[in-house]
Structure formats: C-alpha cells, structure tokens
Write a new protein. Structure first.
Length: 157
C-alpha cells in the first residue's frame, strides 16, 4: 500500500497538517530531480507558512516492522520514549540511531522518520494509523501545542 494513503488517514484522524508526495514506483528513478526540487520547495513554504515545529516523515520499507530515526530533536529522549510507548507492545519497533534518511537532516527542522514494513502498511494498517495519530497528539502536547491552536497542529505528517 502507498504510504500517502496512510499519511492522509493519520492527518484526518489527528487533525494535523500533511504533505503527501506523489507515489513513486519501486523501479522509478529515485533521483527525479525536478520532482524533488518542486516537492522540497513546496515543503519549505508549507513549513514556514504554518510554523511547523516537528515533521513526521512516513515511508515504506521492504523489511517487516516499524523503524524510527530522528534528526535535530530537542527532546530526543522524550520523543523516543513516546514513540516506544505508542507502538509497544503490539508492533515490532526498531529505533535506528544511524544517520537520518533524507536531505531534511541538513535543515534545522526536528524530524522523526517512521518506515513501515509491508504488514504494517496492509494487514495492520488501521492499528498503525491509529497509533501514529495518537503519537501526533502526544508530540503536540510535548511541544506545547493543542488542537485549539489556530494553526491546528505543529506536527507535519
């Protein structure tokens, strides 16, 4: 399943902002430079316009389970613990302390990457969507944001 549909469901459930990149096929050129430039320009404008404080990037992976990576996280320990508490027990979660997955690592935006395995995108999708939506609420609370905030949310899916 395309992760964009998961991002859309999480955003609707958590009343948060979302940017959904176009679906890319596994055999497509991952370095389609024009599309990436356009997406990143829109992303930067979106982040600045809405005052996004933390980004959750959701993507697929071939391996089973859920992998979490983080970059530029001010409350790193608290956020890792929130992610663990959200997904465990019940889902296979790995915390990866290696380098982040994308170019936004060079930016100052706090970013949490969640890579979802095939079962998490298909058979466990409803459970994963619900847990990520709950995570968005917990992260907003940690960052001092609420649903009543006029920007709706400070977390980007």
């Amino acid at each position: 399943m395309y992760t964009g549909m998961i991002v859309e469901e999480v955003a609707l459930l958590s009343k948060s902002h979302a940017l959904i990149q176009k679906e890319r096929k596994a055999d497509a050129n991952p370095l389609d430079e024009a599309a990436m430039i356009e997406f990143n320009a829109g992303r930067t404008l979106f982040i600045n316009d809405f005052g996004i404080k933390l980004e959750i990037a959701i993507m697929g992976m071939v391996e089973p389970g859920i992998e979490m990576r983080a970059s530029h996280i001010e409350n790193h320990f608290e956020i890792v613990e929130l992610v663990k508490k959200t997904f465990q027990p019940g889902l296979d979660l790995r915390i990866n302390t290696e380098q982040p997955l994308s170019e936004s690592a060079q930016q100052s935006l706090q970013t949490v990457w969640l890579s979802l395995g095939p079962d998490e995108r298909e058979f466990k999708k409803d459970q994963v969507v619900s847990k990520i939506a709950n995570l968005v609420g917990s992260l907003n609370a940690l960052l001092g944001l609420s649903e009543s905030d006029e920007r709706v949310s400070g977390v980007l899916d």
